[in-house]
Write a new protein. Structure first.
Length: 533
């Protein structure tokens, strides 16, 4: 990690030297472990004898590398699985709060310096930041030394492929036959293991890769459905499947299911015979935890999810950035995939680019200024939050620069008035949420739950304020329109049963000056927009 001179470099190098003097392998603080990891990788890179994956390491990787030093790892997948296994052990210890401080320091150094989190300059500066944060005051317990803490971890000891498999029953034989007869039926509940597996089998079948006589295809399909990204080459799947399997948490409910498939692949059973046994596992019907769906068998795969867990909204790497989606946006995207899959009949995800283009067109129709649409579409900059905020100061600058560039090229359009555009954006966003709720009962129930539990996430607030501002118009309309009244009560009963239907009925009996239950008003608002559409 050869460094040019830059602000803070000298102080950081001095901190690095102090941390290495005060720490020795086997007796390390978190800051000391990071310093040793940084120095070991820097030396390997200067000597030119390190593997290519050394260039991909981020701060959390250097921390683990130093904690494990002088142990070396054969390849990046072994390293990634070892790091994640060590973090699972660390999570249960008193040092987890220190780990949180470490992750926050890494993100803050990147944000304040403007360097990506894996940039050599940010990696050097972090030494000084860790020292100032006091992360050299407490040594890691000997039980947390990777040489002992993860020697019996799954990735290290391997998987027993001679596990006894449960015998099938008449019920599971029928379930397996139904699964293979129509993947789209089993894939209808795509958050579960069986649903995700069915979606992947459908995809592989369409590509001509689903071989019903080879049980090994189920292991590949399970990886494709649960953890693979859209751009992974098919010829690399076998290696990645093995790494993912070895990196699973031993305590996860999914692990016995995956191990059963791994065992079956060596027994000569057919796909149908394996499925007959998988349907005996309760976890096969369960929702798969996000951690089990994450690829972590490589460098630079644990820092971002931990940063998000600890409340950071953005992590920037040299070749990519990651932004934490809020609860509403996450639920919205899930709803889009769910509705698209139901409408297409095969539960395949929606085409992202087409959705973005349709969204941009709806912005134009809503009268959002062309400069805003240009910044979003042509320059690929995320829209501001509906409340007028940005994810970071850098986001604000990028957005304004893109809007200014458009204005210089198109002066005839006039400059957008920020207060006017944000008002239009808030109204547009709220009506979009109402339309999504109208199309997707799961999403509607999620919004109702947020309303009922007074979740004051800012995008929920935008919808709440919009519905409240339309209160008088809604109540007047529903009292003058018998069909709208009937539709509101029916919608309430479908989404929340008799109790919600009762709340909406009572809401319609109140005077305009009375307080109205926000959930009931939300239901009426959705019914109103459906009727107008």
């Amino acid at each position: 990690m050869e460094q040019e001179h830059f602000p803070g470099a000298a102080a950081a190098e001095a901190a690095l030297s102090r941390l290495m003097r005060h720490n020795q392998p086997g007796k390390l603080s978190l800051a000391g472990a990071y310093a040793w990891g940084y120095a070991a990788i820097a030396k390997a890179q200067m000597d030119g004898d390190g593997p290519a994956w050394y260039d991909q390491l981020d701060p959390l990787d250097l921390l683990f590398f130093g904690a494990a030093f002088p142990k070396l790892f054969a390849h990046g997948t072994e390293f990634g699985n070892a790091r994640t296994a060590w973090l699972r052990v660390l999570r249960k210890s008193k040092h987890w709060k220190d780990l949180q401080s470490f992750v926050s320091a890494a993100v803050d150094v990147s944000s304040s310096s403007g360097y990506p989190v894996d940039d050599p300059r940010a990696l050097l500066l972090l030494n000084g930041c860790l020292e100032r944060a006091g992360l050299d005051r407490r040594k890691l317990a000997s039980t947390l030394n990777p040489s002992t803490a993860i020697t019996n971890a799954r990735f290290a000891r391997g998987v027993d492929v001679h596990l006894p498999l449960p015998d099938p029953s008449e019920k599971t034989r029928a379930q397996a036959a139904e699964f293979l007869a129509d993947f789209t039926v089993a894939g209808a509940n795509s958050d579960t293991c069986v649903g995700l597996l069915a979606d992947a089998c459908f995809l592989l079948d369409r590509l001509g890769h689903f071989v019903r006589g080879d049980a090994g295809i189920l292991l590949i399909a399970m990886y494709v459905g649960l953890a693979a990204t859209d751009d992974e080459p098919l010829d690399e799947l076998s290696d990645r499947v093995r790494a993912w399997v070895m990196g699973l948490d031993e305590a996860s409910p999914l692990t016995p299911v995956v191990d059963a498939v791994l065992t079956a692949a060596d027994t000569g059973l057919t796909v149908e015979e394996v499925l007959q046994r998988l349907f005996r596992y309760p976890a096969f019907f369960g929702v798969v935890a996000p951690e089990d769906r994450r690829w972590h068998s490589a460098p630079a795969t644990d820092l971002t999810p931990l940063a998000f867990e600890f409340g950071h909204e953005r992590v920037d790497y040299t070749d990519h950035g990651a932004v934490q989606l809020d609860a509403v946006s996450t639920a919205w995207l899930e709803s889009i995939d769910r509705v698209f899959g139901e409408q297409s009949g095969d539960h395949t995800p929606a085409d992202t680019r087409q959705l973005v283009e349709e969204f941009a067109e709806s912005l134009r129709v809503a009268g959002i200024h062309p400069a805003w649409v240009h910044a979003f579409m042509a320059e690929d900059i995320p829209l501001p939050q509906p409340d007028g905020s940005f994810s970071s100061e850098e986001h604000r600058r990028e957005w304004q620069a893109a809007v200014d560039r458009y204005n210089r090229l198109h002066p005839e359009e006039g400059r957008p008035d920020a207060s006017v555009e944000f008002a239009k954006w808030r109204g547009f966003f709220a009506t979009k949420l109402l339309r999504v709720a109208a199309d997707d009962e799961v999403f509607a129930r999620q919004l109702i739950d947020w309303f009922e539990h007074d979740v004051r996430e800012q995008k929920v607030n935008v919808l709440f304020d919009f519905v409240e501002s339309a209160r008088d118009v809604l109540l007047a309309a529903v009292r003058d329109d018998g069909e709208l009244r009937t539709a509101s009560i029916a919608l309430a009963e479908r989404w929340g049963g008799v109790e919600l239907a009762k709340d909406v009925t009572e809401c319609l009996m109140f005077d305009l000056d009375d307080l109205v239950d926000p959930v009931a008003l939300f239901v009426v608002c959705v019914a109103y927009f459906v009727r107008r559409a």
